[in-house]
Design a protein around this ligand. Structure first.
Ligand SMILES: [Fe+2]
Ligand SMILES: [Fe+2]
Length: 490
């Protein structure tokens, strides 16, 4: 009997298959996935294949957790946005791998088990990295490149015909892993000095030791016997729910301009309303900041809950970036718009995760009637700014998806839809937005920044400011109660 172990026997097997054999009229054989000789290589047994897949799955799951947990307190806006995307991508690949493991005669799947205690320490350490610099080094120079190496090795080692469904997953994952690593390399080059890198050397060596002891991320290499001593994860990680912003957000408690009152008032024309919509979109930075906490602090849900919630989190990050692009395209400097974090701060520090989800659901279901997302799209169309119309068109479509996610993962907790909405209203009503105290404490003056922005936009549009629009000065102080049902985020 032919064994598959030696190179000789492999060659023999491949040649036997090819000898005198060709496909019909020289069509690409084997549906074009590989050559005959590749299809004849011994590859991985199902057991060894599944053992590796479970380790990739674990890596993507932990990366998803880390990217999500670190969004809120990360001050740099661009990194918040990138973490939102990378959390979403990792959740999607973890989902695909779970499904694949389930196809490999594997029940019980054991997907909640830790495949290697050294990998657990590796990801615990990165999660607990005390500063942005170390977090970036751990994610983008250690975890992601090692995962990439493991997936590339899977494609090399496995039989491409027998294990084609896994190869397909690896190819897709490699595409996005490469993007993530490229993003990270650029972030590291921009943000980390040689000095900072040197200061992190000891910790980075610990991460390397974890991988050596684990026999590589895929566990294929001989595990090196090393003593691993936790550094940052010696004390268990605690999620930091206080949002932070970089210095381009100089007045994060400012609630001086009420976007909704302006937007819904028919006496104001559509063009300046596009600015308010870009403001509302950009302010949605606070939704990933808030949803990250729900996802991080809610344990024990089916995996699909985390996947769906993270998709929504990423959509909200996209909405914020649409606002950023909208201002840029208009030629208005968004740093003069006071993008606050009062909503995510209040919810994260005052409510339990389920209560925050209730508020999110309550707000989002209010966006579906005619006054919500459709109205914003209509304003975009009427404004003559095609970009505003396009962004609102997609914002509306995303919102329909979010309503579905809300029905799947929030509404089901209640006996009736009315009860679910009532609870959301109740939770939202008990949130204290401390307008006056923030002012007294000198955290903000709630300065009305609107006239400055509107004037700047009028210069770009080459129009004369409309005095009625210019004089708009409604804040969130006096009309808050009446606006209870209007959105602030979502
Ligand atoms: Fe949104
Ligand atoms: Fe939304």
């Amino acid at each position: 009997m032919l064994g598959f172990g030696s190179k000789e026997s492999r060659l023999c097997f491949g040649q036997k298959l090819m000898n005198g054999y060709s496909s019909y009229q020289n069509l690409s054989p084997l549906a074009g996935i590989c050559s005959f000789s590749d299809a004849a290589k011994p590859g991985l047994t199902v057991e060894r294949c599944v053992a590796r897949l479970k380790r990739y799955h674990y890596a993507f799951k932990r990366l998803h957790q880390i990217f999500t947990a670190r969004i809120t307190a990360e001050p740099i806006y661009e990194l918040k946005m990138a973490f939102s995307l990378h959390a979403h991508l990792c959740a999607e690949h973890a989902t695909a791998l779970r499904k694949r493991v389930g196809e490999m005669r594997e029940p019980p799947l054991g997907l909640d088990q830790v495949p290697d205690k050294h990998l657990e320490i590796l990801f615990d350490e990165i999660l607990a990295a005390p500063a942005t610099q170390e977090l970036l080094l751990g994610l983008y120079e250690m975890a992601l490149p090692h995962l990439k190496k493991a997936l590339a090795r899977h494609m090399q080692d496995t039989n491409p015909l027998a294990d084609q469904p896994s190869v397909r997953l690896c190819r897709f994952a490699l595409l996005e892993l490469t993007d993530m690593i490229e993003y990270g390399a650029q972030a590291v080059a921009s943000l980390i000095s040689e000095e900072q890198r040197n200061a992190s050397q000891q910790w980075v060596s610990l991460l390397e030791d974890c991988l050596l002891a684990a026999g590589g991320l895929d566990g294929v290499e001989e595990g090196v016997n090393k003593e691993i001593k936790r550094i940052y994860s010696a004390v268990p990680y605690h999620y930091d729910g206080r949002p932070r912003r970089d210095k381009r957000f100089p007045d994060p408690y400012n609630m001086g301009v009420n976007a909704e009152v302006f937007l819904y008032d028919p006496k104001y024309p559509p063009q300046p309303k596009t600015l308010m919509m870009f403001y509302k979109r950009l302010r949605e930075i606070d939704v990933p900041e808030m949803m990250a906490g729900i996802i991080t602090e809610t344990a024990g849900k089916p995996w699909e809950y985390y996947r769906d919630m993270t998709r929504q989190l990423w959509d909200e990050a996209r909405h914020a970036m649409m606002g950023e692009v909208g201002f840029g395209n208009t030629g208005v400097d968004w740093r003069k718009v006071m993008v606050n974090f009062t909503w995510s701060l209040a919810l994260n520090t005052q409510l339990k995760p389920i209560e925050r989800h209730a508020v999110l659901y309550f707000i989002e279901q209010g966006l579906m009637p005619k006054t919500g997302k459709r109205f914003e799209w209509e304003v975009g169309v009427a404004s003559g700014n095609p970009l505003a119309a396009l962004f609102q068109d997609y914002d509306w479509a995303d919102e329909v998806l979010h309503a579905r996610i809300g029905r799947d993962w929030y509404l089901k907790e209640f006996d009736s839809a009315q009860e679910a909405v009532r609870y959301g209203d109740e939770c939202w009503s008990k949130v204290l937005m401390d307008w006056g105290t923030w002012k007294e404490q000198g955290l903000t003056q709630h300065r009305n920044w609107w006239p400055e922005i509107y004037r700047e936009a009028c210069q770009r549009w080459q129009t004369k400011p409309d005095p009625q629009v210019l004089n708009y000065s409604t804040s969130y102080e006096s009309v808050r109660a009446d606006l209870k049902d209007l959105s602030v985020s979502g």
